[in-house]
Design a protein around this ligand. Structure first.
Ligand SMILES: [Zn+2]
Length: 247
């Protein structure tokens, strides 16, 4: 199994690694800083370099329980056993970390203030949508949520990542609300992302260290998609706050 560094340190941009397997669908390393697509967060892009070559990684996905670095078409991959230097596109990833953290803050606020549960969500760097089970939604609601969200982000809530035993997670009210029971049974312990005082949920994604780093967020659209199906679209401002990687 690949050591997935980003599950402990989202700010590590590169690592030395060894190639474990090379297939038609991509490259598996013994350790990696790349995040594999999941939980609404896209997979990382970046590069693999070794003494005689370099390839672009155009996506990262989970396959057969492994992290698969998907290479650009026609690329010559490194060979099995080769020592490589794996590096992600940090600007893109950091924008995703800000976007992902903004979505968590949004879900916490909409639950706490309106009692609405999240039913789905998706993100690209800088833009995202989140779906809620909610009776009414209006432009005023969008503006109100936007204002609350930005106030909360500026309060600079710390973001803590921890691991707790599955049995404990299944009895935790915050985690029950965010459907921890849907996580495959083999996953134990469970990774928990806690935006202290705002939102706490089981999550595999990458987030910033504290909410001020997200910067300003705009609610760009609110939509009624069905009887109690409401969608909020957000955008994080272009300007990244201090996103210093830990190398
Ligand atoms: Zn998440």
């Amino acid at each position: 199994m690949t050591d997935e560094i980003c599950s402990r340190d989202a700010y590590q941009v590169s690592t030395d690694a060894a190639v474990v397997e090379v297939g038609d669908d991509g490259v598996i390393l013994d350790r990696t800083v790349f995040y594999a697509r999941g939980g609404g967060q896209p997979g990382d892009t970046g590069t693999l370099r070794w003494h005689v070559g370099e390839v672009r990684v155009v996506d990262t996905v989970k396959a057969r329980g492994e992290v698969l670095h998907v290479l650009e078409p026609e690329a010559t991959p490194p060979s099995v056993g080769a020592a490589v230097f794996a590096e992600i596109d940090w600007a893109r990833r950091h924008t995703l970390m800000r976007t992902h953290t903004a979505l968590h803050a949004l879900s916490g606020i909409v639950f706490t203030d309106y009692g609405a549960k999240v039913t789905g969500g998706n993100m690209e760097p800088g833009i995202a949508r989140m779906d809620f089970e909610l009776d009414g939604i209006s432009q005023e609601f969008g503006r109100e949520v936007e204002a609350k969200l930005n106030v909360a982000l500026q309060q600079d809530h710390p973001v803590h990542v921890g691991f707790i035993p599955r049995a404990e997670a299944l009895t935790d009210p915050d985690l029950i609300r965010t459907k921890v029971s849907l996580i495959p049974e083999a996953v134990d312990p469970i990774r928990v992302v806690d935006i202290v005082g705002l939102d706490r949920q089981a999550d595999g994604g990458t987030h910033v260290r504290s909410t001020r780093e997200v910067g300003h967020v705009r609610v760009v659209k609110t939509e009624n998609k069905g009887k109690t199906f409401r969608r909020i679209r957000i955008e994080v401002a272009d300007k990244a706050q201090a996103g210093t990687p830990s190398i």
